[in-house]
Design a protein. Structure first.
Length: 373
């Protein structure tokens, strides 16, 4: 078969490329593998044994290493490392498995679903078919991934192609508390062929490790991009203001019914409201002394160092006295809104007139959009 090529390509085509197998071998000969060990020098009786220098003594081989890996069998390529490039990832030292530990970045996000989705999207972006998908067990198994490389290109005949085919299995495992987990990878099938002929390749443990680390690093790099986008989107959401209304409580009735407590109603879920208050409260002159997210409690002190109250009330008497207070958050029945109650240090509701007097300034700060950095 006569191939049509440009003169420039023709010049390059006459030289053969090195195969993937040859690239792992040292350049030059391997005659040293045929060296014969000579017996020690025999000293005749009556003569003194000379002193030998240990300067060129070869240290004993670690018993865990394979002493057959010499010459062409020795892989000279530098080892690959698992790279925790994505936000919230790190490598767990000492484990035999090739895996990367992943921490949750957002309590509102299901970590297992996030990792599983990232892996599936990464495989789809590389046009890799998923052969087996078991979400409950956290297992993803790929179909054959094929890579071809032209080793020798001839002007007069077809190219000699080196083909690598592999299948991988990803495992996602998240701890019961849902805040951390890991992604592990395993090479389950491997085939190599040259010019259409199957190669009898037996992979060493280091070979498998190189392939799996390379695949895992590519997946983590993809995760890095997606997590960076997610973080930016979250910051943008958090920078947007939250509308806050007021629900006025009814005064005590003549029949002796207790007064109903006034409260502020934020048009946002609990967690977003909680995070927003951490920004707004100090700006209002409320010093956050302590907090308990599980109970929905902010322990605050009121002072006027910020000048907020003076600017709001035009040097008039402050609507609340300086001292200790509690801010209590509760999910509304709709679960998309949050109730905010203001209590004194003894956890008793403040007077409804005080809560209503603070409302205008409080709602203005809560509704204000912020610049993201």
């Amino acid at each position: 078969m006569l191939k049509q090529v440009t003169p420039l390509v023709l010049i390059a085509a006459v030289t053969a490329c090195s195969s993937p197998v040859e690239r792992r071998q040292a350049n030059g000969g391997d005659e040293y593998t045929n060296v014969k060990v000579q017996s020690a020098l025999i000293i005749p009786e009556g003569l003194n044994t000379p002193k030998y220098s240990n300067e060129y003594a070869i240290p004993k081989l670690n018993p865990k290493l394979d002493d057959k890996l010499v010459g062409n069998l020795l892989d000279i390529r530098p080892p690959l490392q698992v790279l925790p490039m994505a936000e919230g990832t790190h490598v767990e030292e000492g484990g035999d498995n090739i895996k990367i530990v992943v921490e949750s970045l957002d309590n509102d996000t299901d970590l297992k679903l996030e990792l599983y989705t990232v892996l599936k999207n990464y495989l789809a972006s590389q046009s890799i078919t998923v052969l087996s998908d078991d979400y409950d067990k956290g297992l993803l198994e790929t179909d054959w991934i094929e890579n071809q490389e032209v080793i020798d290109s001839s002007f007069w005949s077809s190219d000699e192609v080196y083909q690598l085919r592999q299948r991988y299995q990803f495992k996602v495992d998240v701890r019961p508390h849902g805040r951390s987990g890991h992604i592990a990878i395993n090479l389950i099938e491997h085939e190599e062929s040259f010019d259409g002929e199957q190669q009898d390749i037996i992979l060493s443990g280091e070979d498998k490790r190189r392939y799996t680390i390379d695949m895992l690093n590519n997946a983590v790099a993809y995760m890095s991009v997606k997590r960076a986008q997610s973080i930016k989107a979250k910051r943008l959401r958090e920078s947007l203001g939250i509308d806050v209304g007021i629900v006025k409580g009814a005064p005590a009735s003549i029949e002796g019914e207790a007064a109903e407590e006034s409260y502020w109603l934020a048009e946002a879920p609990y967690q977003r409201t909680w995070d927003r208050l951490r920004i707004v409260l100090p700006e209002m002159g409320f010093e956050i002394v302590d907090m308990d997210s599980n109970k929905g409690l902010y322990y605050i002190n009121v002072n006027d160092d910020s000048g907020f109250w003076s600017s709001l009330w035009n040097e008039k008497k402050l609507p609340v006295e300086e001292g200790s207070y509690r801010l209590l958050l509760k999910e509304d029945e709709s679960e998309k809104k949050t109730r905010i109650y203001l209590h004194n240090s003894e956890d008793k509701p403040l007077d409804n007139l005080v809560v209503e007097a603070i409302y205008d300034g409080f709602s203005e700060l809560m509704q204000e959009d912020r610049k993201i950095r």
